[in-house]
Design a protein around this ligand. Structure first.
Ligand code: ZN
Length: 286
């Protein structure tokens, strides 16, 4: 007998797909792809074009003018304000990722009350470094997000991080339902393996059926992982942070071009692209 408990409702009634655009990141430079926006002015213009192409959520890092990553709250403030003006309703998500600062500094902009902020719930190896997220820091960042009404996006770079995020909901440090992003293809972390992807999505749907989730494929696995996510009711993340190419030989001319490609994938898979308002409803944001 078919049971709704084992068939996620998202598969039966595919909801609109939220396209996140990660415009800049903390690693890529103009020498890798000249379209990577670095200054706040470039970032606002790139986000606006991506918004017009269908992105409803902007994942944001800030850079100094020389391209170095930073977590300077003054830059986040200018960027957040610029995007709110240029892209009405778009969801603003600040990164608390580890290249832009150390320890508490990484949450130094949360008082600006973005709609969302990224939160990694464990440590993992990255190319050439450890991406360290001490349990004490994870709790500190989660508590600060909660105090400022910022919804975390859980960055799952390894399986344990999924279960740790569910623990934090249980403990009351994060308000459910979770929004989780499965990140695959980072060298030294979780590879882009379909079985691993399906296992994580199955586990989240089993343990928190009301959660929302996104697939993020890094580098050459980018569009493959997005296809896995979109075809089973998840959401998609693209942008020059994750992938600088349209295909093996062609650099993406802009963040918007990547969003257009993902919007076309949504159409092929029978998913509509969420408006900013629909994305807010799906993510339980005001
Ligand atoms: Zn990021």
């Amino acid at each position: 007998m078919p049971s709704s408990a084992i068939i996620p409702s998202s598969v039966i009634n595919p909801s609109p797909a939220i396209i996140t655009v990660a415009i800049t990141g903390s690693v890529g430079q103009k020498r890798h792809n000249p379209a990577i926006p670095i200054t706040v002015e470039e970032q606002v213009a790139a986000t606006r074009a991506a918004f017009e192409a269908g992105a409803s959520l902007a994942h944001l890092h800030v850079r100094r003018d020389d391209g170095a990553p930073t977590s300077d709250p003054a830059l986040f403030e200018r960027l957040g304000r610029g995007i709110r003006e240029a892209c009405p309703g778009m969801i603003v998500q600040f990164s608390t990722g580890g290249r832009s600062g150390t320890g508490s500094e990484r949450g130094g902009m949360l008082h600006l009350e973005p709609d969302m902020a990224s939160l990694s719930t464990g440590s993992v190896n990255f190319p050439g470094r450890v991406y360290e997220n001490h349990p004490v820091l994870i709790r500190e960042l989660a508590a600060k997000m909660k105090a400022h009404g910022v919804k975390p996006e859980i960055e799952v770079f390894d399986l344990s991080m999924l279960y740790r995020a569910l623990d934090l909901v249980e403990e009351g440090l994060i308000e459910g339902p979770l929004h989780v992003q499965f990140v695959m293809g980072v060298q030294n972390a979780m590879p882009a393996v379909r079985q691993a992807f399906d296992f994580m999505a199955d586990e989240l749907e089993r343990l928190m059926p009301e959660a929302t989730w996104t697939g993020a494929g890094i580098g050459r696995h980018h569009f493959e992982v997005l296809g896995w996510a979109l075809s089973r009711g998840g959401h998609a993340r693209t942008g020059l942070e994750d992938n600088i190419r349209l295909d093996r030989d062609v650099l993406a001319p802009s963040n918007a071009a990547l969003v257009e490609r993902v919007a076309a994938m949504c159409a092929d898979l029978g998913r509509s692209v969420a408006t900013a308002q629909e994305a807010r409803t799906l993510l339980h944001l005001p």
